[in-house]
Design a binder for this molecule. Structure first.
Ligand SMILES: Nc1ncnc2c1ncn2[C@@H]1O[C@H](COP(=O)(O)OP(=O)(O)OP(=O)(O)O)[C@@H](O)[C@H]1O
Length: 247
């Protein structure tokens, strides 16, 4: 048993279900998903298209309501919070990175990086800002707007923005999905180093076995359920499990 399994989870889903629509349009996206995320653990979520990966991530991150079950962030059950309480908790304790970067085009890289911290009313930790900007190679680009940045640079700005508030969990939805393999590897290496150096907890949805192999473990979803788990994943092992799932 490694050390992380002895500590309380940072996030936990318990018997999570999510149904979209009703009547004949009803889709059961999650059918009873339970999982724990230990501090400093990097988890990848994989599975065939439509298996519920994004729904799971969004429910865990409080960006999507659940149909039943609970989502604990520390000792707070997100499913019991009001919309306002949820917004406050997300701004302060959770970080997000999306496939499409989601930067504001009129703001510079620096303004984008500072945005979440500013909106949650926090005073940015300037030393930490400097560490992130340097580790992500963004210092020469701070005055540039997103349209003047490459995709990889934009995603690194989004990662810095998400981490500036020192979130308990960083949620990433296909963070390398729009990047070439070199830019993708830079983002993944940085996420890995944030886990190793700062014990950042990361939960990442990906289709890419190469990306999943950066994680400590991979949870595999199929048809709204966790059907498999791999610890210490290698690219080949992830490929093999996915082939099995995709039949
Ligand atoms: N807003 C929605 N309304 C109705 N059905 C939805 C909605 N969002 C997702 N679904 C359905 O829920 C199921 C799970 O979707 P989800 O996007 O979570 O899967 P996924 O594994 O992330 O898929 P992909 O790999 O294609 O992104 C799918 O059948 C999808 O069509």
């Amino acid at each position: 048993m490694n050390q992380t399994t002895l500590t309380a989870p940072v996030a936990r889903a318990e018997a999570l279900t999510k149904t979209y629509g009703s009547g004949e349009n009803e889709v059961a996206a999650l059918r009873g998903v339970s999982a724990s995320f230990a501090p400093g653990q990097f988890t990848a979520i994989m599975g065939p298209s439509g298996s519920g990966k994004s729904t799971f991530l969004y429910c865990l991150a409080g960006l999507e309501t659940v149909t039943s079950g609970s989502v604990m962030i520390g000792d707070v059950d997100l499913t019991t919070l009001s919309r306002t309480q949820l917004t406050v908790l997300r701004g302060g304790r959770l970080g997000f990175v999306f496939q499409a970067f989601n930067l504001l085009p009129v703001l510079t890289a620096e303004e984008n990086i500072r945005l979440t911290a500013r909106m949650s009313g926090r005073k940015a930790d300037e030393a930490w800002f400097g560490v992130l900007v340097d580790a992500l190679g963004l210092r020469p680009r701070l005055g540039h707007r997103p349209s003047q940045l490459s995709g990889g640079q934009q995603q690194r700005v989004a990662v810095a923005r998400a981490l500036l508030t020192r979130p308990e969990v960083l949620f990433a939805d296909e963070p390398t999905g729009n990047l070439d393999s070199r830019s993708g590897a830079e983002v993944l290496r940085f996420l890995r180093s944030a886990v190793d150096a700062y014990r950042q907890t990361v939960v990442m949805v990906t289709h890419d076995p190469v990306a999943a192999a950066y994680a400590d473990r991979v949870l595999f979803l199929a048809d709204g359920r966790i059907v498999d788990e791999l610890t210490g994943p290698t690219i080949d092992a992830v490929h093999a499990r996915m082939r099995r799932l995709e039949g």
